[in-house]
Design a protein around this ligand. Structure first.
Ligand SMILES: NC(=O)c1ccc[n+]([C@@H]2O[C@H](COP(=O)([O-])OP(=O)(O)OC[C@H]3O[C@@H](n4cnc5c(N)ncnc54)[C@H](O)[C@@H]3O)[C@@H](O)[C@H]2O)c1
Length: 356
């Protein structure tokens, strides 16, 4: 029988938090603190069972370590999940109980928003705990992280254009965006300002209507399936994870995939299929790091211009990943992982140099 130790992939610490009175059942996973405190959001989700919650939090924590390392931040990687329906089970007492468990880790884990948690929830957690980012501006926080997330994705697209077409300009390029929620909507604005053409798909008629009302020149197709088969230069998955599988990659007409969604590769092997089909893939956790760059900045007293400047560096990092991929003859997703691992190993080992 495999135990919790075997379930992780070298995770440092996994903490189960239980408070029967408030109904809190949470798991905090710290993958690595090699580069600093493990920062990652809290997902509030009605997992079918504890096992599903544990699997998810372990994967998410590892992904955060890689994202933070590649973004050049002095942060390790972690994540937390609260098991429950956020609509039904969320309460002040539960969030504050959770905050006390986060506090008990003494700063080894720093939390933020994720699916099912919002800036106002972070404000509540912060009443019990110092190690909270993603708070509202009135509470000293940086607010909506989708603004810089979209900027980072835009920079990833410009870098992809530079690599493939020798110019970062997206003027006249046709970009297909799947999901025009918080990030997708801001991305539309960057692209229109750049002179790109845009076609979108979203399961929510409200989301589509909001984009069309602001920008009537944006084209709309019925669904993601139609978008994948459309005549586009760049495909931007900005909805859910698992957006890229055999079916999608085989049907895709775009030359570039660059979008905000987390965990776009449905399973290992898809990154190679993209390479074989000649589609340039800008790794998801590289280009969508603007949000974590923003919340990291909040730890030092949020300065928007500083966070924006750091996010703009995603352009250079994307080009560096493509260059490493070409040099080592591996897909960009593999090159990104290697660079992140190298930084965790090299910078993480600096504590061997004793400082008085
Ligand atoms: N918000 C951030 O700062 C941030 C940071 C990093 C990564 N991400 C990732 O980016 C993605 C988008 O985040 P968001 O904050 O814009 O979320 P959001 O919930 O505001 O928007 C997602 C949009 O996708 C649409 N959608 C859902 N399923 C769809 C489908 N099958 N086809 C087409 N559209 C679909 C929804 O209707 C919604 O409009 C998520 O995967 C998120 O994890 C977000």
């Amino acid at each position: 029988m495999s135990g919790v130790f075997d379930r992780g992939e070298g995770h440092e610490q996994v903490v189960f938090c239980h408070d029967p009175r408030t109904g809190l059942r949470a798991i905090i996973a710290i993958y690595s603190t090699a580069l600093g405190p493990a920062l990652g959001g809290t997902r509030f989700f009605p997992y079918p069972d504890e096992d599903a919650a544990l699997t998810d939090v372990l994967q998410l924590a590892k992904a955060m370590a890689y994202k933070n390392a590649l973004a050049g931040l002095d942060l390790g990687g972690g994540k937390a999940v609260i098991i429950g329906d956020p609509q039904r089970d969320k309460s002040e007492a539960l969030l504050r109980a959770y905050g006390r468990f986060v506090a008990s880790l003494g700063g080894r884990y720093v939390t933020a928003c994720d699916v099912g948690t919002y800036v106002e929830d972070m404000d509540v957690i912060a009443r019990e705990c110092r190690w909270v980012t993603g708070r509202s501006p009135v509470d000293g926080g940086a607010g909506d992280s989708s603004i810089l997330t979209a900027l980072g994705v835009f920079q990833g697209m410009r870098a992809s254009a530079k690599w493939l077409w020798d110019s970062p300009s997206l003027r006249g390029r046709r970009v297909g965006i799947a999901g025009v929620g918080k990030v997708g909507r801001h991305l539309v604005e960057h692209l229109l300002a750049e002179g790109a053409e845009i076609v979108v798909a979203d399961v929510s008629p409200t989301a589509v209507a909001a984009v069309r009302a602001a920008h009537p020149e944006v084209d709309v197709v019925a669904d993601t399936e139609e978008l994948i088969g459309a005549d586009i230069d760049i495909y931007a998955p900005c909805a859910m994870g698992g957006a890229l599988d055999e079916h999608t990659v085989t049907g895709l007409k775009a030359s570039v995939v660059c979008g905000a969604a987390n965990n776009q590769l449905a399973h290992p092997g898809v990154e190679r299929l993209l390479l074989e089909r000649g589609i340039l893939y800008a790794p998801d956790y590289l280009v969508n790091a603007g949000g974590v760059i923003q919340v990291d900045d909040e730890r030092h007293g949020f300065v928007f211009d500083r966070a924006r400047a750091k996010t703009e560096r995603i352009f250079d990092t994307t080009l560096a990943v493509f260059a490493a991929a070409e040099r080592d003859a591996v897909p960009p997703a593999v090159a990104a992982d290697r660079i992140a691992e190298q930084r965790m190993a090299d910078v993480g080992a600096l504590t061997r140099i004793w400082l008085p």
